[in-house]
Design a protein around this ligand. Structure first.
Ligand SMILES: Cc1cc2nc3c(=O)[nH]c(=O)nc-3n(C[C@H](O)[C@H](O)[C@H](O)COP(=O)(O)OP(=O)(O)OC[C@H]3O[C@@H](n4cnc5c(N)ncnc54)[C@H](O)[C@@H]3O)c2cc1C
Length: 653
């Protein structure tokens, strides 16, 4: 066999530590090595040009390149081989820079080690097979789970590029958390107004025909892989026909039953037929099965009787399971707040006038339970409001991390309270202040310069005790010096950390994507690839990946759609890397050990044949199944047992 060996000096990086002459003398002794070329910089334009010309002239059957890490330039040299009409998998690259030159100071030892590595490569490359990437037809449609800022932004940018989106939202309304905020930090814009244009675009914008919006829906099953997922979605009946309903609200008043309104954090009640909150979109009501008298066997038709449009109420509506084929999935299911009743010393849930930040958002919202009025303190409102930051964050007994947005909410409340109730004192009880970014720091400065604000740094949340004294809330706390002190307030707002939503674990197991140590969906890489999950074709956006503000949630939605538009191009075929595993069906005993060990869920079991089969799209070629198969019938392309043994033997000769 004619093998060509190329030795890159990498300037002086390699040649200062490894003697090319000595290595050449060793390697050219090998029977199959036809020639040995030394090059200054093989990755430079000149080096690549030389390599291409030399390969075309000498026509080797196999190529060995001794240079830097394959992570840096394996693809570069494979491309040169292709240009020279040589199958790129007939090359073996050896890392003589990081693995040898940079770690061994003795030039003799380094030259011997480089020679040994190259001998291994010469032995194994003879067994290389010409491999070819597989091509796959892909479905360009996208499933977006969750219609908050992240999911909406992703859906709109995808449909703007002509893609079809199936947008699944478990609530009856879209917009996520921010449609429930009266004002949005840092610029104190009206929350519903800021999102309304996006919601309008989803419902009836230029590209809305490309969005299939499924409200009251959840994903229950996912099978398949990048380019070809089959998804099952469970949709609860709404009992209201969106084609007919005009959103006039005539049906609400006559309904005889009520329940706590979860959209207002259970601070008020709603009817069995209701709108989540006024202004919520899409603008038609839903009937809550759990509350409606009809599900309790009664023949109540009061909402239908009151309805001014024929057939807008549809009691025959049924739960459905809808199946869709998509090429990629964007997860945008948001997060929730840490339960403040875990901090028993703060009195939440036991004492009056103590609210979480989200509850306070609803209290001050004009579409909230009190239409924006802070009630119960006479016309001048409360004399003082205490805002307790880090209610459970940065605490080893509760949540260890900082959510990075709670301080901003607290300062948003500061501005709001001062505007609405100018004489109210505002205490900020804080442990740390976190206000990154150019705009948010100004929000902090405004609160700091507000003459009605008082900032108090407490030592530990567990040392705060809230009780009722003389009809007001008494807050006993310790300064960082340990000195105990007391303040009184009429109302307390707790700012708890943002934690993964209760759905995360179940959805994670349906999608087969892992969670990080805090329970958020785990990204592929937290700096370089925070939008990709560990599973190809499933992307993570918004606060289900990590606590974040609306700006970042929207940016992640946009990033995920960018990944899909570039990585899953419409009409194009997907190229699949051929260095993957394959099962010899004839010899497979069907023991399923490979299925248990595969970290990428890339092996299925064919029940009919009782054999394991690998999925070339999901397989990452890690070789775990190859090593685990007790019958040795799984082959890892490019890493066969024969190739590995030959390499070891080559190194040892
Ligand atoms: C009290 C408070 C105030 C805040 N104020 C501001 C502010 O003023 N400015 C700012 O920039 N940020 C603010 N934030 C942060 C802001 O809420 C988040 O950045 C934003 O909500 C993240 O958007 P998202 O799309 O990731 O998630 P979300 O807004 O939570 O949307 C997620 C959507 O997914 C749906 N969903 C959940 N589970 C499923 C499921 N299994 N299937 C289908 N759908 C599902 C939900 O119903 C929801 O519609 C605040 C946060 C809090 C807690």
């Amino acid at each position: 066999m004619k093998i060509g060996v190329y030795f890159c000096k990498c300037g002086t990086n390699i040649s200062d530590r490894i003697d090319p002459q000595k290595v050449m003398e060793e390697i050219t002794k090998l029977k199959d090595v036809a020639y040995f070329e030394t090059v200054d910089f093989l990755c430079a334009e000149e080096g690549k040009e030389f390599l291409e010309k030399d390969l075309k002239k000498k026509k080797p059957m196999r190529v060995v390149i001794g240079a830097c890490s394959p992570r840096d330039h394996e693809k570069t040299f494979m491309n040169v081989l292709s240009k020279a009409a040589i199958n790129p998998y007939l090359m073996q690259m050896v890392n003589i820079r990081e693995h040898v030159a940079w770690v061994i100071s003795d030039i003799c030892k380094a030259s011997d080690k480089a020679s040994a590595y190259l001998k291994g490569a010469v032995a194994r490359v003879q067994l290389h097979e010409p491999l070819k990437p597989e091509e796959l037809n892909v479905c360009p449609d996208v499933l977006v789970i969750g219609a908050g800022p992240a999911g909406l932004k992703a859906s709109l940018s995808l449909t703007e590029a002509g893609r079809k989106v199936v947008l699944v939202e478990k609530n009856p309304v879209i917009g996520g958390m921010p449609v429930r905020y009266e004002e949005i930090f840092p610029n104190m814009e009206c929350g519903p107004c800021m999102l309304e244009p996006m919601l309008g675009d989803v419902l009836h914008g230029d590209n809305s025909e490309n969005i299939e919006l499924l409200t009251l829906s959840e994903v229950v099953e996912v099978a398949g892989y990048l380019g070809n997922f089959i998804v099952k979605i469970k949709q609860l009946p709404r009992y209201v026909n969106p084609e007919k309903c005009i959103g006039c609200r005539e049906c609400i008043e006559p309904c005889p039953v009520s329940a706590k309104n979860e959209f207002n954090c259970s601070l008020d009640e709603r009817k069995a037929i209701s709108f989540a909150f006024s202004g919520g979109l899409p603008n038609f009501p839903f009937i809550d099965d759990e509350v409606c008298l009809r599900t309790k066997g009664e023949n109540c038709r009061l909402c239908e009787d009151a309805c001014i449009v024929d057939d807008a109420i549809n009691f025959d509506d049924k739960k459905k399971v809808i199946e869709r084929n998509v090429g990629a999935i964007i997860v945008a299911v948001g997060a929730e707040l840490y339960d403040c009743s875990n901090l028993t010393n703060l009195g939440y849930g036991k004492l009056p006038n103590i609210y979480t930040s989200l509850e306070f958002e609803r209290i001050i919202a004009s579409n909230g339970p009190t239409e924006g009025e802070i009630q119960g303190f006479g016309k001048n409102g409360p004399r003082s409001i205490a805002i307790i930051h880090c209610a459970g964050s940065l605490d080893k007994n509760h949540i260890k991390y900082c959510s990075g947005t709670c301080c901003q909410s607290a300062f948003k409340f500061n501005q709001f309270i001062s505007k609405k109730l100018p004489n109210t004192k505002i205490f900020h009880f804080f442990k740390e202040i976190s206000v990154p970014g150019k705009e948010t720091f100004q929000l902090y400065n405004k609160a700091l310069n507000n003459p009605d604000s008082l900032f108090i740094r407490y030592r530990n949340i567990n040392e705060i005790d809230v009780s009722i004294e003389n009809g007001r809330l008494a807050i006993h706390y310790s300064f960082s010096s340990g000195k105990r002190c007391k303040s009184t307030a009429d109302m307390i707002i707790l700012c708890p950390p943002i934690i993964p939503s209760s759905d995360t674990a179940e959805l994670g197991s349906i999608l087969e994507i892992p969670a990080d140590r805090y329970g958020f969906f785990e990204e592929l890489h937290n700096r370089v690839d925070s939008v990709q999950s560990k599973l190809k074709g499933v992307y993570l956006t918004g606060s289900c990946q990590s606590p974040m503000d609306i700006q970042n949630a929207m940016n992640q939605g946009l990033a995920a759609s960018g990944y899909i538009l570039s990585g899953l191009p419409e009409g194009k075929k997907l190229e699949i890397e051929p260095i993957i595993a394959s099962v010899d069906e004839e010899r497979c005993s069907g023991c399923r050990v490979c299925i248990l060990v595969c970290p990428y869920k890339a092996i299925d079991f064919d029940e009919e044949k009782a054999k394991a089969t690998t999925n070339s799209v999901l397989c990452q070629g890690c070789g775990t199944c190859v090593a685990a198969c007790p019958a040795g019938v799984i082959k890892g392309n490019h890493f066969t047992a024969e190739e590995l043994l030959a390499e070891i033997q080559g190194v040892l000769t």
